[in-house]
Design a protein around this ligand. Structure first.
Ligand SMILES: *Cc1c(COP(=O)(O)O)cnc(C)c1O
Length: 413
């Protein structure tokens, strides 16, 4: 008989975004004339920068001619892109990362999930709470957890609560953990990690022989110059951290698809019989066996993100979204809402007014002023009582959203 992977049945049924969609659909069916503004899912709204479009057009023209046509490329990515990444994202910031430690892929979501292939099943795993759900769900699918409790926490996972009380900077785990997922700038809280905070984690990982899985999908949104963009800005990180990066949020590649993972050759794990085993060859083997490379056209587009014009246009795109974040922050603070994030990240994390639950506030925003955001509790038990708004939207929608929230607050005051 065909057996299924029973671990999938442990996954919570009412996943966050489908539940949001269900409530929004029910509302718009009952109120067909309401103009609903969505500040919910973290997807970009603005078109690709012109320098990237131009590079992709040229690459497509190359594919149209027999002489310059390309078939399969290297699974790990073309040298032109790996070299540009090593130079601009790392060496320019003093980080020691070689092009052959960079694995180009079609997304960080996939990479953060797929990375579990190369690790044993008995590692203890720590995640921030609230958390990007992919880290948790992929560990559930891999059988690394037990069932979930009423608050949605899975047995066997170590949750590191991030709340206003600890400034969204979690304490080190009490019991030793082997794999630690850290996301900075953080989705959903918009918090960032100082050099000291990251140094503390790197020291912990080195002391315990653990590995940090560092998701830096939002590094381009860092405005404060003292905040590290990469974990490799920290001494010692080359032996205890993998870093995930994506072109999705900075260059608007959510629909175009390109990302990369850095696996330093210095990271060493243990085999079942206690021998040292570098993880770089394992990830290389996994990547080449299960993945056939990102399209040439898309990699040329990603390369153009590092051209002078590309950098400038991406800078403008990021500034545009960060101005949205500032408008949200200031507009909400001015009516007494406590807001976090939104300074070095495109997310505003707010304390729900009047101690409402996250879902109560969701319903109130939707029915009261036709706005959609994301309930904090959907990202983890410690997100209860918080709410996420995204700065990825048009200026007009953001301005309208701010004035609607202000109206809601004055009518309920
Ligand atoms: C958007 C996002 C990513 C990027 O995912 P892609 O698959 O590259 O689009 C990675 N991590 C976090 C936390 C994100 O929010």
């Amino acid at each position: 008989m065909l057996q299924v992977n029973d671990n999938f049945l442990k996954l919570k049924a009412g996943y966050l975004f489908p539940e949001i969609a269900r409530r929004v659909n029910a509302f718009t069916q009952a109120n067909p004339d309401a103009k609903v503004i969505k500040l919910g899912i973290g997807d970009v709204t603005e078109p690709l920068p012109p320098a990237i479009i131009k590079a992709m057009h040229e690459a497509l023209d190359e594919m149209a001619s027999r002489d310059s046509f390309r078939g399969y490329g290297p699974e790990q990515g073309y040298d032109f892109l790996r070299n540009a990444i090593a130079e601009h994202d790392f060496r320019a910031r003093g980080c020691d990362v070689a092009p052959d430690e960079i694995f180009v892929s079609d997304g960080s979501k996939c990479d953060t999930g797929n990375i579990l292939d190369i690790f044993g099943d008995d590692n203890s795993v720590a995640v921030q709470d609230p958390v990007y759900p992919v880290y948790v769900d992929t560990n559930v699918m891999a059988g690394h957890t037990g069932d979930s409790d009423a608050s949605g926490r899975y047995q066997g996972l170590t949750n590191l609560p991030c709340t206003a009380e600890n400034d969204f900077t979690p304490a080190l785990p009490e019991k030793p953990v082997d794999l630690i997922y850290l996301c900075y700038p953080n989705n959903p809280t918009g918090a960032v990690a100082s050099k000291e905070t990251l140094q503390k984690w790197v020291s912990y990982a080195k002391e315990h022989g653990s590995l940090i899985l560092f998701d830096a999908a939002y590094e381009a949104f860092i405005t404060d110059e003292s905040i590290p963009h990469s974990i490799y800005e920290i001494d010692g990180a080359r032996s205890c951290a993998i870093e995930f990066r994506s072109f999705s949020k900075n260059a608007g590649f959510t629909g175009t698809r390109c990302a990369y993972t850095v696996v330093p050759k210095d990271v060493i794990g243990k085999t079942a019989d206690g021998k040292d085993q570098p993880i770089h060859p394992l990830w290389n083997r996994r990547h080449c066996t299960k993945f056939n490379g990102v399209s040439y056209i898309v990699q040329r587009g990603a390369e153009a993100a590092y051209s002078e014009a590309g950098k400038q246009q991406i800078g403008e795109l990021v500034s545009f979204y960060m101005k949205n974040a500032e408008l949200l922050r200031e507009g909400l603070s001015s009516v007494g809402i406590e807001v976090f994030g939104g300074v070095n990240a495109p997310y505003i994390w707010l304390k729900t007014p009047g101690d409402a639950t996250s879902w109560d506030f969701f319903d109130k925003l939707l029915s009261g002023v036709h706005l959609v955001g994301t309930p904090g509790s959907g990202f983890g038990a410690s997100g209860e009582g918080y709410f996420r708004l995204s700065a990825f939207n048009s200026r007009a929608n953001v301005e309208e959203a701010v004035s609607r929230i202000q109206k809601l607050m004055s009518s309920s005051a």
